[in-house]
Design a protein around this ligand. Sequence first.
Ligand SMILES: [Zn+2]
Length: 396
Amino acid sequence: METTAAFDGLVCTDCGERFDPETTTHDCPDCGGFLDSRYDLNHIDLARDELETRPFDGLWRYEELLPVPRTAAVTIDEGTTPLVDCPELADELGVERLLIKDEGRNPTGSRTDRGHALAVSAAREHGASDVALATTGDAGQSAAAYAARAGLDSHAFVPTRANFGNKAMINVHGGDMNVVEGRFDDAAAACADAMVDEDWYATNPFETPYRHEGAKTMFYEIVEQLDWEVPDGIVQPTGSGVGLVGLHKGATEFAELGLTDDLPALYAAQASGCAPIVEAWEAGDDSHEPWEVPDTICGGIEIADPHGSPLVLDALDDSDGGAVATDDESILDSAITVAQHTGIEMGATPAAAASGAWELAEQDVFGADDTIVLVNDASANKEADILRSHLMGKGI
Ligand SMILES: [Zn+2]
């Protein structure tokens, strides 16, 4: 595996052992814990003015802080998405500034492209022929696109409820799509079963160390786009937790490099029909209990058993953030409000962040001087039918 100069191995988030990324690709060989990429930050010489001289041309501009160099990248120019000021929404929420990080403008329309750029690059470096994952939809589309780019085969296991656009594009990219009766957990079980007999390279959240590694670049970009001001809060729609853990990692690394002074408060936004992270946070637990009967319109974050919950809860605690759940009606209303007041297209799933931000504002969590960022994880095109049905149902 070709790696960057400061990439210093993979460390188990459970037992703390360090492993060589050349020979270790997924979970900890000793205890099965999740692995995390580590860098020798003393040997990374990144100043603000150096970064400012670089073109804003995708996440590979942070190459020193990525495991794989640009020369070995499988890339479709992901990252460097817009951070859009929304003054009307700021007024409504009673904060100084409200901005939306529009991840819908990634190559396949979702934030998961960041993680798949890295994970599929690593897969190719490791000599994989096939990548595979269980997915609520967006990540399957992304995996199929990046596998196509790399000349690899891809296998996606999606629940029946996954949206049509995701399923269609998995096929269009030449991916092998397996629609599994039931919910996400059923798709995950089917994927695990299939992998017993196959030599496939998994790109499941946290099972590969590279999905959250890609997501961390969102934070790097946000803080540069704010002229090095760390926002007071970032609200992230949360299913498996890859986006939130990535934001925390990016914020921690920039602080350790002396590029920023503090961490933003990170907020996990879930739908109240499937909110195991919120439940664990409110109970003060350090891991979740599986959600018994998941039922939300927000299919993209309907993850009843998010295995990465200890990492998510750590990130919330370390950043002095929190977790918030709102119901489907409020979430869909928020998506419509954002579309009609800002022009930004926020899908039903990511609108959990908008709805969650409204709820946090009502709880007086935000201050009048705060700068708050909402992450729009995926384009509304993927869930336009859901939004339109909601709109027609209200007779608007
Ligand atoms: Zn371990």
